[in-house]
Write a protein that binds this ligand. Sequence first.
Ligand code: B1M
Length: 238
Amino acid sequence: MNDITDEDYDDEEIILEELKDDELVEQMRDDLYDGLKDEIEEGTTILLDRGWNAEAVLNQVLVGGMQIVGIDFRDGILFVPEVLLAANAMKGGMAILKPLLAEGGIEPLGKMVVGTVKGDIHDIGKNLVGMMMEGVGFQVVDIGINNSVDEYFSALEEHKPDILGMSALLTTTMPYMKVVIDEMVSQGIRDDYVVMVGGAPLNEEFGEAIGADAYCRDAAHATDLSSKLVHNHRASRG
Ligand code: B1M
């Protein structure tokens, strides 16, 4: 007689360590979707132990998984509480990857103040940009979310960075980037900084229209551009 019931199957525990790499990646994407932070941390550690590099774990597992969450959020399949749990799980994995992504840097190439604009609390992309910038050797001052013009200006005054980085994920908050840049122009400080902007709803035309030096479609693009922009900016100022 077979004593195994449906409940036994439901309760069957998945041992992440026993999965092959491709199965583990699939499982971690499911776990991210379900907001299981402990499992994401464990899976991240397993992949690193198996020789995966931090960027591959970040892009193939965490960012890839978050894209699926984004699509289902857009389509009304997931709601804010579930997305928050997924974001929290992603942050757990990112915290493990952060020191490894930062290892690439030798001496600071420059300094960046980065923050999400007023009215906007999305910070995963901004955090990722900060981590990747640290990874290529920039010193990063992260001023968090929901930043007003005054808060950006205080940070510029205090930290005197080469780059001001602004992030926005909402079509309703992205215009605030122009408010900040316009105020920089009025105060005569616009040319003291390289201004980089990014976030899912932005594009190249928007970046140009608001007077930013660069629109960055993703964190890798931000790191690619930043050294060149800072170099040119310093050269132009003698
Ligand atoms: Co929000 N949300 N959300 N959300 N959320 C979006 C952005 C949305 C597109 C979802 C959707 O409908 N498909 C939609 C915006 C629609 C629009 O404006 N057109 C949306 C909405 C509507 C909302 C709320 C209004 C929902 C509500 O309450 N009804 C609300 C707004 C709250 C507020 O900010 N005032 C809200 C809330 C939330 C959560 C709190 C639940 C959570 C945020 C958690 C957190 O960040 N701590 C959340 C999330 C997670 C998302 C999605 C699903 C994922 C965003 C993300 O983290 N992506 C998002 C859907 C989506 O984008 N697919 C969505 C992963 C991240 C790595 O990518 O942030 O694009 P991203 O960053 C990239 C690039 O854009 C770029 O590099 C990064 C890395 O490669 N980049 C920069 C970003 N900033 C940069 C700065 C740079 C350079 C590059 O230089 C300085």
